[in-house]
Design a protein around this ligand. Sequence first.
Ligand code: SAM
Length: 280
Amino acid sequence: MKIDILTIFPDFFHGPLDYGIIRRARESSLVTIEVHDLRAFAHDRHRTVDDRPFGGGEGMVLKPEPIFECVEMLNVTPRGQRMAQRSTESIILLSAQGQRFDQNVAQELAALERIILICGRYEGVDERVSDFLADREISIGDYVLSGGELGAAIILDTVTRLIPGAVGNEASTQQESFTMQAELKGDGPTSTCASGGLLDYPHYTRPADFRGMAVPEILVSGNHDGIRLWRRRAALEKTMRNRPDLLNWAALSEEDKQLLAQITGKKITTKESDHDEPDY
Ligand code: SAM
């Protein structure tokens, strides 16, 4: 996979690119990441990339020319063709006004061959970038950052770890919080505890007793089915406590519904239509 980042602060990415999974994925050529300095595409002596907004108002706006020229230099498939066919390339503008980034969007992006991330600054980016150059706007959450670089780093990290081979134990990326691809067969998830759209189950490591805080006994029992069941129940409990909204979309097995009934003390009924409000 190739990821290009367009920014006026290229040095910002030294940290995020140089550690852990991203560094290893780059070193083993699973991903090629290039950071492009938008100032290199400015034409005046001062390498100006921003200007005052038409119509007046606060702050400065990133000019369109450096962004368009940088993307043109990258030889991306023209926008018309990208839109017409299911393109394997996507140009993304980081924006607080964009579609909210989540694990599903990350999975969508990880399936592409190339993504181009445009980082805004100041009051934002000339709207023609969104209207005529980018395929989509993505927001990393309902808050306003000073620039798109932090958002780009988050997308970079989330997407890279989904590239096959990037994480040592690939199964682990299938079992994490929010991941919908739970393989539900028979009465429950087949892996130790596929998330199925829930939060992840709690993890513990040695020592088994830390300052009197003992790990749950079942985890050191060697009883594999007991452990699987305990983890699923713990994932359901944690999801109910911290993110009950996720239960609206989670892939729940019959076993999950029984566990939820035990947790809540209520019988869990399934609605005729898939995703109507649930009874939790
Ligand atoms: N005036 C804009 C607004 O109210 O939506 C905010 C501009 S913000 C100060 C500058 C840049 O930071 C944006 O162009 C965008 O690239 C980035 N940014 C800010 N919040 C973001 C978010 N939640 N997700 C992704 N990018 C964000």
